[in-house]
Design a binder for this molecule. Structure first.
Ligand code: MN
Length: 268
């Protein structure tokens, strides 16, 4: 493959986006008061839902303009987890949203399709064995890439999304071996899911508890959750753009996650 000069590469990329040869896929849910947030046991503090209030709407409060105030948690809606979100990552350098180098917000992505397994078992756990089977089909997961776990969970609505039962939430996620393999043997940049967290609903019972949060953030890696439409991405070959808000000392933030996806055959 011929190496392009950076200016030619960027001009080519802009042209490919304009022509549709590169598709821009939006992997985010709208920020909406009805979208569920994670629910912790009642003795703990809780994440706020998205709320919006009108300041003015071309009226006596502001005759020529419309604007609104919004409030939400750092971990509301489709959002980014920074290393300091978890106690294991509290001392990581560049561990907050405002200190992560910006080049970390753009990078390659591998997608592990677990949709059939998650449909059959809401408590499905992704293991190192599944990842090695994926690698047998698609090649080794490269260092410093995002790994996203596709479950089609983003198609669920209402109470089915959290899937809360008497013993807590039931949703798929990785086990400790899978995350340890991705972080320590493959050197990934981060891990993302379509569910409310990077960990499975019942991850309090895993070893370590909440392995995605514990291992990823303890190693300075990032999380993405409440993603949607991961079925629109290829197993590999797309580029992810995931830039959290520049919140001072932020532990995470809602964000727009975009994927640049090569369209087979070029422009439509
Ligand atoms: Mn979070």
């Amino acid at each position: 493959m011929t190496e392009l000069a950076p200016d030619a590469l960027l001009a080519g990329m802009a042209g490919m986006i304009a022509s549709g040869g590169l598709e821009v896929v939006d992997l985010t849910h709208p920020l909406d008061p009805d979208f569920p947030v994670i629910v912790l046991p009642p003795e703990f503090g809780q994440c706020a839902r998205f709320r919006v209030e009108e300041i003015s709407a071309y009226d006596h409060r502001g005759p020529a303009w419309k604007w609104r105030n919004f409030t939400c948690g750092e971990h509301t809606g489709t959002h980014f987890d920074a290393p300091v979100h978890w106690v294991t990552g509290r001392d990581q350098p560049n561990g907050t949203t405002d200190s992560i180098p910006p080049e970390r917000f753009i990078g390659p992505v591998c997608v592990i399709d677990c949709s059939a397994e998650a449909a059959a078992d809401p408590d499905f756990l992704l293991t190192e064995g599944h990842l090695r089977a994926w690698e047998a089909d698609h090649g080794e997961i490269p260092a410093d890439c995002w790994v996203l776990m596709r479950t089609d969970w983003s198609r669920r609505r209402g109470a089915d999304y959290l899937n809360m039962h008497g013993d807590g939430p039931h949703s798929p996620g990785p086990d400790g071996g899978a995350i340890s393999f991705l972080v320590h043997e493959r050197g990934i940049r981060g891990f993302g899911t379509e569910t409310i967290g990077t960990d499975a609903g019942q991850a309090t019972h895993l070893d370590p508890p909440y392995p995605a949060h514990s291992i990823l953030h303890g190693a300075g890696r990032y999380g993405l959750q409440c993603l949607r439409d991961l079925d629109r991405l290829p197993a590999r070959g797309a580029i992810l753009i995931a830039a959290p808000l520049n919140i001072r000392d932020g532990t995470g933030s809602p964000l727009r996650v975009l994927a640049l996806v090569p369209r087979a055959g070029g422009a439509a």
